[in-house]
Structure formats: C-alpha cells, structure tokens
Design a protein around this ligand. Structure first.
Ligand SMILES: O=C(O)CCC(=O)C(=O)O
Ligand SMILES: [Fe+2]
Length: 416
C-alpha cells in the first residue's frame, strides 16, 4: 500500500502532479545506466586453463595474427561511406579473420556484468514478465591507437543489425598514455582513463549503441582494443537466474505512481500518459515489432516495467507530431496503431494529409505528454499535391503510452 508523503498528492493540481512525474522520469534518466566498465588485473602466474568466470585475475592475453596481413588504417562511417581521415580517426585495425585471441568476454564474467547492467530483466509480477533477454557479443575488430597522435573523434557506432543494442570495448594490457574513452548520453558523460593500469590489466567498457563516444589523443605507447558488437537475443525458455532480476517495486518511481493511482482526484475518469523514449530504437524498421519492448534500454525499460508491475497497460507505439490542421498551433499527437516499418507510398493525395491516408493510427489529443521528443525516424514518404507536387515526409518518435483506468476500476489493481 502507498505510504503518504507530505504534502498529500490530493492537494496538488494535475499540472503539478505531471510536473512531479516529469521530475521523477528525469531522475530515472539521470540515474539509469547507459555505460558500465571494469578491469581485471593480469597475473602472469595464472594458468590459461584456470580462466573460468570466477577468477579475479587473468592470465596474459595471447594474440596470434597472420603474418601476411598488416594492420590497415582504420576508417569510419560517414553517411553511407567508409572514410579514411587521420584527423578524425588515427588508428590501425585487424579484421577478426586475421587474428586469434585467447580472450573471450564471457571469461572473467565481463559479458554477464554488462548483461546485468545494460540489459536487466524485470520481474513484473502479474504475468507481465518481459521476455527473458540475453546478450550476445560478436568480435568486430582489433584496433591499435599509437602515440603520439592516435585518436578517434566523437562518433556513434554504426549498428550492424537492428538487434544491436550496444558496443563493448576491451583494452588489452599494453603500456600507453592518454587515450581516455569518453561516453555521452543526454548531457551526461562518463570518462575512462585506462592509462594508469594500461600495462597490468584488462580494462573494459560497454555502452548503448546510441551513445556518442570519442578517444582522446594517445600521447605515448600502444593502445590495443578488441571491439565487440552487443546484440539482444531471442527470448529463451527456462527460468531466469535470480541475480539477473530487478524488482520494479524497489524503484522510487513505483511508490510515486502507486500513490498517484490510489488518489481519487488523479485522472478520476481515466486517461493516458505518454512518455517519449529517451533512447533511440529502430522503431520504424521491419524488425521493430519483434524487438520492442524486448530491446528497451535504461530509463525506458524502468518506466515500462514499473507501469507493468502496477498492472497498467503500457505499450511502445510510434507517435507523429502533426501540424496539418494549423501549423502555427501546438502539434497534434497522432498515435500509430502499431509499430510499423517505414512506408514509401507512390499514391498521391490532393489537398489531403498524407499521414491520415497512409499511416494508420488515430489523433489522441487527450494524451498527457510528459517530457519532450528526442529521436525521430522516417515513418512515411508520399507525393503531396500543393501548388506544385512535392515529396511529403513524416517522422515518428517512439513513445511509451500508459492507459490509466478510471479511479473505480484501478482500485483493485493497486491493492492487489
Ligand atoms: O578503442 C576504443 O576505445 C573504442 C573504439 C571505437 O569507438 C570504435 O571502434 O568504434
Ligand atoms: Fe566507436
């Protein structure tokens, strides 16, 4: 049951309640992890055969590479092209087919650690368990950044598939100076300085794919990293290992919402709350209906799980902010009937709004919007008639839409 905090929510206006909800969600965004990292010291006396995940030290890492293949200059993706530009990225790289290594991220518990922090499973009671998610790592490259000028400026890793959720960088033991890895998300930043233990430990960091990151100049030595693409895998059967379950009831947002729902004055006749997702997802791709909500990240996952565990219907749906009626007015919220792939229509609409014609959904002016939109994806392109024909493009945002039942109906939910 809800415990009451002062002043009681009953005395607050709806606007004030929404403002508080926004503050709560912003707090979740601030505290939710988008990155994690760690290190494992190298012990030359540890035998390679004793690696299993429980060890806290690692034997030296061995790498064998083809002698007929050299490290090539590393490129980076710019638009649709691979570009070489040492002012932007100065590094060498080896493709996985050209080398072998004794290191694997499942050893030493690294992958399990990343899974637990970036891909937790929420036990949401009420049969609403999010399908059990696991993470899969695929070796992508070996990179060498050499002093005095190796670097990689700010970029976002190109996702290799729709189910890619993040990247893992493993820094192998080799002396270097500089080369800090800086990772950012929504105004927050985490910096890894691996130089001090560069010669004596394996150091690693993992982050969601939509986080910008850069590597500062390596002033001395050789910074050698293995990069892995991290994917969320199909739900697997069987029971969830207990350590991977997070209880949404332990979240402060849970008690706040629980208290709101037992308040007769809050959305007495029911209503809808809409939260724009804080992370980017391929929500207008062919895979979107399979991926979401399974691939939700960070604070989006927390919101989803907390509502679910309170028995509230919540869905990930695309939203178009449409100014068709009157461009000078507050934009209308049009909610798609489901997550649907991007559609290019060759139909034309004379004096018609293409969204209404080709993007099934409904206008939902009653939705109370919390927060502001961030990541958009192209949802629709069509030929529009005006004075001259032009191409109409429509973008959508992924949003979490919670349907709040009327007070009398929701009493049972919270007391259950
Ligand atoms: O080596 C690193 O620290 C990260 C490399 C990187 O960002 C990349 O390869 O995309
Ligand atoms: Fe990167």
């Amino acid at each position: 049951m809800a415990s009451s905090s002062a002043p009681s929510l009953a005395n607050l206006t709806f606007e004030e309640i929404c403002r508080r909800l926004e503050v709560f969600v912003a707090g979740k965004k601030a505290s939710a992890s988008f990155v994690c990292g760690g290190h494992v010291p190298i012990d030359v006396h540890t035998a390679a055969s004793s690696i299993p995940s429980k060890t806290t030290v690692s034997p030296p890492v061995r790498i064998c590479w083809r002698t007929d293949v050299d490290c090539e200059p590393a490129s980076f993706g710019k638009g649709q092209q691979d570009v070489l530009d040492p002012k932007y990225r100065k590094a060498g790289k080896l493709e996985p087919r050209s080398f072998l290594t004794s290191f694997h991220p499942s050893d030493l518990g690294i992958l399990q650690n990343v899974e637990q922090i970036l891909l937790p499973n929420f036990n949401t009671d009420l049969e609403n368990r999010l399908p059990f998610r696991k993470m899969h790592a695929e070796l992508y490259k070996l990179n060498v950044y050499s002093g005095p000028s190796g670097l990689f400026r700010k970029h976002v890793d190109t996702p290799r598939s729709e189910s890619q959720i993040g990247s893992l960088v493993v820094c192998l033991p080799s002396h270097f100076k500089g080369g800090n890895l800086v990772i950012q998300h929504e105004g927050k930043q985490v910096e890894f300085d691996w130089s001090h233990q560069s010669a004596s430990a394996i150091q690693w960091a993992a982050f969601y794919s939509d986080c910008e990151h850069d590597i500062k100049t390596i002033t001395e030595g050789e910074r050698i990293t293995l990069t892995y693409n991290l994917y969320v895998t199909e739900p697997v059967g069987g029971s969830i290992p207990p350590s991977l379950i997070v209880d949404p009831k332990s979240m402060s947002l849970y008690s706040f919402l629980e208290e709101l729902l037992v308040e007769p004055g809050f959305m007495t006749d029911g209503g809808a709350l809409g939260f724009f997702c804080s992370h980017a997802y391929p929500h207008a791709s062919d895979e979107a209906p399979l991926l979401l909500p399974r691939a939700l990240k960070g604070s989006d996952l927390v919101l989803y799980s907390v509502f679910k565990s309170l028995g509230i219907q919540i869905d990930v749906l695309p939203v178009v902010l449409d100014s068709y009626y009157d461009p000078s007015e507050e934009k209308h919220v049009r909610v798609g009937d489901r997550l649907r792939p991007y559609c290019a229509s060759d139909m034309t609409g004379e004096d018609e709004n293409g969204v209404e014609l080709y993007w099934p959904g409904e206008y939902r002016p009653e939705i109370t919007r919390i927060g502001s939109p961030t990541h958009k994806e192209m949802a629709l392109a069509y030929i529009a008639y005006g004075n001259e024909p032009s191409l109409g493009t429509v973008y959508s945002y992924a949003a979490l839409l919670a349907d709040i039942p009327p007070f009398l109906e929701r009493q049972g939910l919270v007391l259950a």
